[in-house]
Write a protein that binds this ligand. Sequence first.
Ligand code: FES
Length: 76
Amino acid sequence: VAWQAMRPKIGLVNPDIQKNDEKVVNTMDVEDIGDKIAFCRCWRSKKFPLCDGSHNAHNKKTGDNVGPMCLKRKNA
Ligand code: FES
């Protein structure tokens, strides 16, 4: 894709997810979230947009300190 060739490869936040799309946007219905859920913010999860724990390996390898956004129901 032409726009991909024009982008620099260094410093990408997203190294692998949906690289054929111009923008990665995820939508989820609130009713489908359940009592708690963790959304990936490191862009390394194999279950993106959900966290699968891959941030731990990323942090260890790079010295970064990223982690998920966790949502939970107040009474859960
Ligand atoms: Fe990305 Fe956990 S896997 S924040």
